[in-house]
Design a protein around this ligand. Structure first.
Ligand code: 5GP
Length: 206
């Protein structure tokens, strides 16, 4: 039987660069699968429907929510965001480590359902750098940037509820840190409960 994959959640202030790190991770490491979220926010100029997000109207999103098609959902800075359930369950059953890049309210909802999911909080090297990254990506107006900075301050309060902190100084180091976390988590005895049974079976037949 295939070993079930792990579920890893990556949260962190808007502008930290979570998206870039996660993209690099799934491109380089085949053991990872990235969940594409549903949202009611408008696409940015470089975003493709079905690749970066599924862009839906509020009506469609609410229908998905009511039909229990979402693993979690939350409102963030005036828009809905949610994780389609089917893909996550399918990929984990196939042994893939599924990555969700979601904000803190959704992360804590998932932790209640999947007790052994891994919560990672990604932060930029400094607050100054966060402001710089948010401004330089030029995808939001001044008011939205300020709203996201305020939300970042609120989100930092949730750090103690996360299992790991990764500082996104360079993409390469952040990707390596995530791979290290997955390696260590995979060695936990709680994730290898069949090892005793397997060993006993093998020792009697050799
Ligand atoms: P953005 O608008 O910058 O793409 O995302 C805003 C925030 O929503 C980010 O913190 C991002 O991680 C989060 N987010 C993206 N998808 C989901 C989701 O499916 N569920 C939740 N709860 N948050 C999400």
């Amino acid at each position: 039987m295939k070993k079930q994959g792990m579920l890893m959640i990556i949260s962190g202030p808007s502008g930290t660069g979570k998206g870039t790190v996660v993209k690099e991770l799934v491109e380089k490491q085949q053991q990872f699968a990235l969940s594409v979220s549903a949202t009611t926010r408008s696409p940015r100029h470089n975003e493709i429907d079905g690749v970066h997000y599924y862009f839906y109207t509020r009506e469609v999103f609410e229908k998905m929510k009511n039909e229990n098609q979402l693993l979690e959902w939350a409102e963030f800075c005036g828009n809905y965001y949610g994780t389609p359930k089917e893909y996550v369950e399918q990929q984990m059953a196939e042994g893939k480590n599924v990555i969700l890049e979601i904000e803190v309210q959704g992360a804590l909802q998932i932790k209640k359902i999947y007790k052994d999911c891994i919560l990672v909080f990604m932060i930029p090297p400094s607050a100054k750098e966060l402001k710089k990254r948010l401004t330089e990506r030029a995808t939001e107006d001044e008011q939205t940037i300020q709203r996201r900075i305020n939300r970042a301050i609120e989100e930092m309060e949730f750090v103690p509820q996360y299992d790991y902190i990764v500082i996104n100084d360079t993409v390469c180091c952040a990707v390596n840190a995530i791979c290290d976390i997955v390696k260590v988590e995979g060695m936990k005895s709680s994730r290898n409960i069949n090892i005793k049974k397997q060993f006993k079976g093998e020792i009697t037949s050799c």
